[in-house]
Design a protein around this ligand. Structure first.
Ligand SMILES: C[S@@+](CC[C@H](N)C(=O)[O-])C[C@H]1O[C@@H](n2cnc3c(N)ncnc32)[C@H](O)[C@@H]1O
Length: 371
């Protein structure tokens, strides 16, 4: 395995070399470093870079996600995290990881169970990756960890999974905060995810002054805002319109489940509201986020375009046209459906930075952040 090296910015677009990002008047950008594990297409990276963070190491093994990541950030992520020697990872202030959620997500668990496969931590291949994070934490001792996962993590396996995760982090001497946050306050999508923020007790003490962010004030984002042409939903490539066959199938499927008293079915989106959660399987039928067409929504609906999917997830600064996403539609939907919303990362991390900056001001050495 080649030694894990600091990511080189060579070839990077200068997208992020513009003015430093000022989120709040009083704080300004803080020159912290972070690592991006299970990076996907860099939702954590975008959110942390907006706050002045500098990424020093990335790992993501999916070759299509790597392509997208490379296009946006100019760096090819390191591959399988199991093949990387933790000691080779550069020092960093924040470890960020949206570790694979499939072993814990409702859809992932029922699929694995129906196939007689183990789920959660018993899933050798993916469930144990949480413990890989713990090994890296043990070796590198980053002051702060920000982890993200599906909401179901807390209820998984009759609520037995979450206490294991929490106690492992506490055993490593971190103080653990967790909150389920709905991204709908930042982007027009109902997307609940658990955010786990951990502070090294040896640096921050037993009660760091951390609170999760409040939803931003002002008007809520509307789904209409992410449409390529908000005045004309039809102003997109016709390939995004559902075929007559698929539309009939979705309607029949929904009717069948309704008759049984189930809520399953497609999600026809209210343009002045928020959509359902975009999932990694959106490429299959687009059923969870459909866009109504025609007078009174009578025409066959359409799916999100790739640019709309990017904007529904909050990836605004890297995607303004289809060519900005270097993979097929199928791969692109998978990537956005798996991603974390950068705006939520930004909101959570700006609260983390307040704690870090407060500590910096109080610290005797005057410097908390690792070089
Ligand atoms: C839930 S997604 C994280 C998405 C990311 N937060 C984003 O914003 O795009 C988990 C990612 O972990 C990657 N992954 C899974 N196992 C891995 C491994 N052993 N080494 C590196 N990456 C892995 C998957 O390919 C997937 O992209």
């Amino acid at each position: 395995m080649p030694a894990a090296t600091r990511n080189t910015p060579e070839g990077a677009t200068d997208l992020f070399r513009t003015e430093p990002f000022h989120r709040t008047g009083d704080q300004g950008p803080v020159p912290f470093t972070f690592i991006d594990l299970f990076a996907g297409i860099g939702g954590f990276r975008l959110g942390l870079q907006r706050l002045g963070g500098s990424c020093v190491f990335t790992s993501e093994w999916d070759k299509f996600s790597q392509q997208t990541y490379r296009k946006w950030f100019g760096e090819l992520p390191h591959g399988d995290i199991n093949d990387i020697d933790a000691a080779d990872i550069p020092n960093h202030d924040i470890l960020a990881a949206g570790f694979p959620c499939q072993p814990f997500s409702i859809a992932g668990v029922s699929k694995k169970r129906s196939l007689g496969m183990p789920d959660g931590f018993d899933c050798q291949k993916q469930g144990n990756l949480f413990f890989r994070i713990c090994e890296i934490v043990d070796e590198k001792r980053p002051p702060v960890l920000i982890l993200e996962n599906v909401k179901n993590l807390k209820s998984h396996d009759k609520r037995q999974t979450w206490p294991v995760i929490k106690s492992e982090l506490e055993k490593l001497d971190y103080v653990v905060y967790d909150r389920i946050i709905d991204a709908r306050h930042w982007v027009p999508q109902h997307r609940e995810r658990i955010f786990i923020v951990c502070f090294d007790r040896n640096i921050f003490g037993a009660r760091p002054d951390f609170i999760f962010p409040e939803p931003p004030g002002g008007t809520s984002p509307k789904f209409r805002d992410i449409l390529e042409d908000p005045s004309d939903v039809d102003n997109v490539d016709r390939k995004y319109i559902l075929t007559a066959h698929l539309w009939r199938y979705l309607q029949n499927y929904a009717a069948k489940h309704k008759a049984k008293g189930n809520g399953f079915g497609f999600g026809m989106t209210d343009l002045d509201g928020v959509s359902r959660t975009l999932s990694a399987r959106y490429y299959k039928d687009g059923s969870e986020v459909l866009i109504p067409r025609g007078k009174n929504g009578k025409a066959r609906p359409r799916r999100l375009t790739i640019v709309e999917a990017a904007h529904l997830m909050g990836f605004r600064e890297v995607v303004s046209q289809r060519d900005d996403v270097p993979v097929s539609d199928t791969q692109a939907y998978k990537q956005f459906g798996n991603a974390v919303v950068p705006d939520v990362v930004e909101a959570v991390a700006s609260q983390v930075l307040r704690v870090m900056v407060g500590k910096l001001a109080k610290g005797k050495k005057g410097c908390l952040l690792k070089k």
